[in-house]
Design a protein around this ligand. Structure first.
Ligand code: FAD
Length: 413
């Protein structure tokens, strides 16, 4: 059930387990704990459950819709009587006294109260700044429940015209954040990952992410050409020209001692997924995938990769060293030709950089701190993992806590 932002400790059972993060891993952990009879508080900082998967169009290795099964999981969490879902809730710290854990949570109630919004559109009609949005612009479908208009704080100038126009008194632009400290019996930590934002050091400068409109991050490209937002032909973001040549550059910001030293595990597959969508829709497009080594563990992923090659995705085993606007137009990619060992350059109309997916960690929450009550972790924040793996880990985290708190009679202490 949806929880009020003014949740008090008295409203929680002493057995309540906090799940931090409402992506696939966190939702699955919450549902599994609930099925085992454990009350759950599921805290998610966004306006909706589902995590990053809600931004995906379709998912490898099946190419099934990402939204439908994820939304069904979210709905199951909202409907479960022993799961309290706290949205707009950022868990900012976790501590323990040896017996219980304490969660510091900052709830930022939205300026438009979703339970009061009538979706009538009067606020939108009076806003000169176009600051009222019907859905999260990063997503094809709006997963918020109930649906409501939202305020884009980067555009709003606080003039108050929408407040006066709202017939339901649903808008308060000065809503203050609420700070909660809640005692919980245990914690499952499922905070997932983030792509580096502009200005973050997550991508090396030479990869050009956020510097040229036709250099996309993977998530941006998923939204730009996802099949459910289908454009008739793929066009550049800079000036709307039809695209002829696209490059995917792997390990940009990953497996790189200056940034993420490890492999982000999902990028080879989601790059091939996007490359195959392109070839299926526009077989005449030239699609090149620059890779370090293709990571596609298991038979299903291997089959998926080979299908992409058969469909005409060109694979080049090389790690480009520079991605930059070309003086001749488009985006230039410089790399070492694996056949000759010589540096070469090619021009593309669009380049997708993949790799810098940083795991979200909360200070003080890791087992490595030597905390007397180590918290369970699952999903991408624990180890880079795909959707299926995140769900499996959610079940495992719930099982781990169930074993910890409900020892069988006569079982080991
Ligand atoms: C471009 C791209 C395409 C992909 N395509 C596929 C695909 O086709 N198939 C596939 O299997 N996988 C794919 N993946 C991987 C997939 O996105 C991940 O496997 C999945 O998102 C992991 O789920 P998660 O729950 O661990 O993390 P997330 O989805 O990141 O969810 C974590 C949640 O925790 C919340 N959170 C974080 N910190 C806090 C906090 N302090 N307090 C409260 N809430 C917090 C976040 O807001 C988020 O909602 C793709 C990834 C990318 C980048």
């Amino acid at each position: 059930m949806l929880s009020s932002p003014h949740l008090s400790p008295e409203q929680l059972s002493p057995r309540t387990v906090l799940v931090v993060g409402g992506g696939v891993a966190g939702m699955q952990a919450a549902l599994s704990l609930a099925a085992l009879g454990t009350p759950v508080l599921l805290a998610e900082r966004n306006a909706h459950l589902g995590g990053q998967v809600m931004r995906l169009d379709k998912v490898y290795p099946t190419d099934h819709c990402a939204f439908c099964p994820t939304w069904s999981m979210a709905k199951a969490c909202y409907d479960a009587p022993n799961v309290r879902v706290l949205l707009h809730a950022d868990v900012t710290g976790l501590s323990t006294d040896g017996e219980r854990a304490f969660a510091a949570i900052e709830v930022r109630p939205p300026a438009i109260d979703p339970s009061a919004c009538l979706f009538c559109g009067k606020c939108e009609s009076v806003c000169g700044k176009k600051a009222l949005l019907r859905r999260d612009p990063r997503m094809t479908w709006d997963p918020a429940l109930p649906p409501s208009v939202r305020v884009d704080e980067t555009r709003c100038d606080g003039c108050g015209a929408c407040v006066r126009a709202c017939p339901a008194q649903a808008i308060d632009l000065r809503r203050e954040p609420i700070s909660l400290t809640l005692p919980v019996a245990d914690v499952v930590y499922a905070t997932g990952f983030e792509e580096p934002a502009p200005g973050d050091p997550g991508y090396a400068e030479e990869f050009g992410a956020h510097t040229h409109p036709d250099v996309f991050t993977a998530m941006e490209f998923e939204a730009w050409h996802g099949e459910s937002r289908a454009q008739d032909v793929l066009r550049t973001r800079s000036d709307g020209r039809p695209v002829r040549r696209v490059a995917f550059v792997q390990c940009a910001g990953a497996r790189d001692a200056r940034h993420l030293s490890y492999c982000a595990a999902v990028c080879c597959m989601h790059a091939m997924k996007q490359a195959r969508w392109l070839k299926r829709r526009q077989p005449e497009l030239e699609v090149t995938l620059f890779y370090t080594d293709l990571r596609a563990p298991g038979a299903q992923q291997e089959t998926y990769m080979r299908a992409g090659q058969r469909e005409g995705v060109r694979l080049v085993r090389s790690r480009p060293g520079l991605i930059k606007e070309s003086p001749l137009g488009g985006v230039g990619v410089r790399y070492e030709d694996p056949a000759t060992g010589k540096g070469v350059g090619e021009r593309f109309d669009a380049v997708v950089v993949n790799g810098g997916l940083a795991q979200c960690r909360l200070p003080g929450a890791s087992d490595e701190t030597g905390s007397p009550r180590p918290f369970a972790r699952c999903g991408f924040c624990d180890e880079p993992v795909d959707v299926a793996g995140a769900a499996i880990q959610g079940v495992a985290a719930a099982a781990k806590l169930a074993l910890k708190h409900h020892r069988p009679e006569g079982g080991a202490a």
